[in-house]
Design a protein around this ligand. Sequence first.
Ligand code: GLA
Ligand code: ZN
Length: 664
Amino acid sequence: MFYFGADYYPEHWPEERWPEDARLMAEAGFNVVRLAEFAWSKMEPEEGRYDFGWLDRAIDVLSDHGIRVVLGTPTASPPPWLMTRSEGLFIVRQDGRRATYGNRREYCPNNPLYYGDSRHIVTEMASRYGDHPAVIAWQIDNEFGASCYCSICRASFQNWLRERYGTLDVLNAAWGTAFWSHVYTHWSQIPVPVITGRTPNPGLDLDYRRFMSDTYVRYQQQQLDILRALCPDQPITHNLMGFRYDGLNYFDLARPLDFVVWDNYPVLWFDAEADPAAVALGHDAMRGLKQQNFWVMEQQSGAGGWEAMGPMPCPGQLRLWTYQAIAHGADAIVYFRWRTARYGTEQYWHGILDHHGQPGRRYEEVKAVGAELARIGDEVLAAQSHSQVAMVLSYDSRFSLQGQPGHSDFSYPALFGSYYEALHRRNISVDIVPPSADLGAYRLVLAPALHVVGQAEADNLRTYVAGGGTLLLTARSGVKDEANAIVNMRLPGLLADICGVEVADYALLPGDTAVPLRIELPGTAESEQGGEAQLWSDVLAPTTAQTVGRYAGETYAGEPAITLNTANGGRTLYVGTIGDSALHDTVVGWLVDAADVRASAPTPAGVEATERWKDDRRLLFLMNHTAEAQTVKVPRPATELITGEQVGGELTLAPYGVAVVRGA
Ligand code: GLA
Ligand code: ZN
């Protein structure tokens, strides 16, 4: 069944209202809601006294209307009675100051007391609802994140390091603690990287980020173990935050879960408008975590914001974003939230219904989508993406570059996103994979700024290229070893032989400097080869590669900037600068031609086309992200699923309109 529904907070509304909510939901085609993930104080009003009566009744009311339930464990937001028992329960932020009560995510994820509290509430919930026929899945906690720097975390970090390095000699060597006399002679001397300590040793910095990520993986595991034991038939997930969020290694967090869900907000309060490529990247990154379809557990359904609001989605956009999610692999859509809260920090975070609770235009739009999905949900459910292109997402590199971007304007996610966008613009399906992934099935692999590289990762790329693959690498790759020390080699370090090139010299380009390039990629007209060097300039010394781009100005005019190596069985293009989006577009255009990558369909600018496969039949999703009608060519006569009509030749999409074409 295609699950369709909303995040519902019955505890925010009088019980007399619940039947009306359930009725309106059923009319909108809902068959699922998520409940209870912030309801700890209602479920356990004081220590050890549990009250699930209200939740039982809410579930009953919903079940009576055919609506199933995903239950959230409430540990993201503990009640005051719990947190006021010990100051140590509160997180210490990077500025060294301890949080106080009044928001959420204030708990220290290593605190043993909190482990105990979490175990109790989750065990109670799991025992009560583990075989409830209406409860179809569990969500653990809510949006893990927030690093803690308290003394408990510090001790736990020291233990984590002991496990990783074994001896202090190994740690001291890996981190290079001879620098500034940091040689540790006892584990307990090792600090945590609070801001007041200024820039830490990069080895310590990266390890702390990894440790915090592992901390949440471990915290999650406690709840997973309880739920698996008591609720063996209900799948378990956690709601992640897409590609935007960079505090945890999401590959690690997702691994033990049964399925991935994420929270998709195309326009946050600081966004002027939705960026369709950025949203698509969020979906693809989440599909990539387990290389399997996912759910959207919070799909934006109104303007959001805490202090100030962001843009209100235009008529048609909620529907468009819903189909965009499905087009990228969503097997369920749950909107955040059913009704806008009258109280609390999120009074301005709009749901499907406004504060007054009467159906309005967003309700009508969602209801229309519900009617469509009631017809075609089964046709799109579990369809697969077959990508010929992968992008390698390295959390080690991302974490390392958070601590030291090297250039103050350099952003790993921005570079990654810009290359992704060049693929997205061409309607090319992309899998997002970890550096250890088996790449053999892909025609093209992009690994921009693969900064931290271990031997196994370098070997993986080497094997891929040796098998005939086409690989893109860029400046700032192969710079660091796994301990975040700079390699004792010419750059790009362990990747140099794959690229057939060495970096002879490099220089930063100040933020506002753009250096023209003379690009000579084989087989491409000069007019199609735009782009400038920005932020960074490697001066390249090819060993086995050929030069296919040179700086055409400034200090390094005439020197090699881009090289192509075909000596290793495949092709490796090395771009020795960060560059602008025009450069990324040129490079991607050449790569997809060279690797013979297939696009879903040609579309006008602003219209996204994505394909998924159900058995051998292709579903072509056409999505108009513009406010004007757009015309798209359909290659052969086929059925448009939403209308059930035959289409052929051309198809017109209304502003923010969508079509799902089967068989074209
Ligand atoms: C997140 C959280 C929700 C809610 C929304 C809107 O995604 O998971 O609880 O706070 O953002 O702010
Ligand atoms: Zn802590």
